[in-house]
Design a protein around this ligand. Structure first.
Ligand SMILES: Cc1cc2nc3c(=O)[nH]c(=O)nc-3n(C[C@H](O)[C@H](O)[C@H](O)COP(=O)(O)OP(=O)(O)OC[C@H]3O[C@@H](n4cnc5c(N)ncnc54)[C@H](O)[C@@H]3O)c2cc1C
Length: 423
């Protein structure tokens, strides 16, 4: 088995947590290699930074709600993230996604429609989505393209109007369906449509048809397919064509906004000298005298130790394979074999009701104040290991709408902890 050259840090995982840590560390001058089996949740999720949406009632201000929320959930990852770190991580993200402006602050949740018209509390979002904040609207149109089979404006409009009324908001929502031919195709995906929108002729044709279809609505929501790396230009020109404010509504996966964010963070990482190894899987720790000196990585039918001074584990939770649970209910952390905190041996992983708070929801690693994974005795398993993102247990991100806020802030904090040691 050959050993690969030494890095300062090996980051495992290329989701929001891993890329945040990797970019920060590389920009601080450390030699960083990011190893990832796949592309993570970034390309599937809406690319909004949801900090805290429900606790369990809908949250208007994450910063105001977090102290009480953390007091009630002392094992939650947010118990390790101060308000200052959360704010710093959000500012950091905004500074690192030039070309895809993010707006909003942890102090205030907007209410943005999903593809099925559910208003979703979210704090920090791409500028192209902000116009969909239903708190600021009284009449709005939701437009779909007939070739995009997974986006149904009639369903979104009906649900959004009902949900707005239930939230005490007076909102009129009208669906609009556009028949724009796309190379004679009857079924076109979000990524292909985003590429079509980069073509001025195409977006002018769609813009003209949409303008004709609108009446006195204040704004119009469209599926989030307005270009890829040229989104700002495409969005502003399309808005001009339509003649009134246009906002993007995240679609079901794959997510074009997520692809934009992933591409920007990967580009920042490479520009800072980082090395991204995709399609490679961490299979275990490389140990010398019980100390972690690297990670064993399997790629192209062979396993190689990658030596480094620090490791950041950002392999996601159950959804990304960072944690695996077998049919008998045994949980395992897949990259380094770390102890997992999950439902106890005498506890069922799932409850009978589908929408219940299932014990398995909070499965993940226990970490100390420096984000070092801890064993059952509470002591760090390895001094030079940090965990970030959905691999840390204690949260219910899908229910709380906290997933990307946790990943961003703990990725930022994991890098901070390593940088303090490196200094
Ligand atoms: C479809 C979808 C919609 C979502 N919507 C929302 C939402 O609206 N609001 C919200 O707050 N959250 C949402 N989330 C959750 C949120 O996206 C995640 O909680 C968060 O982004 C997790 O980021 P992460 O970096 O920790 O992990 P991930 O993004 O899951 O990345 C994990 C990375 O680790 C890699 N990996 C795993 N195992 C290994 C291994 N052994 N070796 C090497 N690499 C490995 C993976 O390939 C991947 O690159 C959604 C998630 C999905 C999938």
């Amino acid at each position: 088995m050959t050993e690969t050259r030494h890095a300062d840090v090996v980051v495992l995982g290329a989701g929001l947590a891993g890329l945040t840590a990797a970019v920060r560390l590389a920009e601080a001058g450390l030699k960083v290699v990011t190893v990832a089996k796949g592309l993570g949740s970034l390309r599937l999720a809406p690319a909004t930074i949801d900090i805290l949406g429900y606790a369990p009632q809908r949250v208007d201000s994450p910063t105001a709600s977090l102290p009480g929320f953390v007091a009630a959930h002392p094992q939650h990852p947010y118990s390790l993230v101060s308000a200052q770190v959360l704010a710093a991580s959000v500012s950091w993200l905004k500074d690192h996604v030039d070309g895809y402006s993010y707006v909003g602050e942890p102090s205030t949740n907007m209410l943005l429609p999903t593809a099925i018209g559910v208003p979703r509390p979210s704090a920090v979002v791409p500028k192209t989505m902000v116009g969909g904040d239903i708190r600021d609207l009284s009449t709005v149109a939701v437009a779909g393209l007939r070739v995009l089979k997974d986006f149904h404006p009639a369903l979104a409009a009906e649900n959004l109007q009902a949900a707005a009324a239930a939230a005490g908001l007076s909102l009129q929502v009208r669906p609009v369906m556009l028949d724009v031919p796309v190379d004679g195709e009857v079924d076109v995906g979000t990524l292909a449509l985003a590429r079509h929108f980069s073509d001025k002729k195409f977006r002018t044709a769609v813009g003209a048809e949409l303008r004709r279809a609108l009446s006195d609505e204040q704004a119009v929501g469209v599926p989030a397919v307005l270009g890829l790396d040229d989104v700002q230009e495409v969005w502003s020109q399309f808005t001009e064509e339509v003649g009134k404010p246009v906002f993007e509504i995240p679609t079901i996966p794959p997510s074009v906004p997520g692809m934009r964010l992933a591409a920007l963070l990967q580009a920042r990482f490479r520009a800072a000298g980082g090395r991204l190894v995709l399609g490679a899987q961490a299979t275990g720790p490389e140990l010398r005298d019980g100390k972690l000196v690297g990670v064993r990585v399997a790629a192209a039918a062979r396993e190689t130790p990658r030596l480094c001074r620090w490791v950041v584990l950002a392999t996601g939770g159950l959804a990304s394979g960072g944690i695996d649970v077998d049919l008998a209910g045994h949980a395992a952390e897949t990259a380094l074999g770390l102890p997992v905190r999950g439902p106890g041996a005498d506890q069922a992983a799932f409850l009978p009701s589908y929408l219940a708070d299932h014990p398995i929801d909070t499965i993940g690693l226990t970490v100390d104040a420096n984000l070092r994974p801890a064993g059952p005795d509470g002591e760090p398993v390895y001094q030079n290991l940090r965990a970030a993102g959905a691999i840390i247990g204690g949260a219910r991100p899908w229910r709380e709408k906290s997933g990307d806020g946790i990943s961003l802030s703990t990725g930022y904090l994991a890098a901070e902890s390593i940088l303090q040691e490196a200094r």
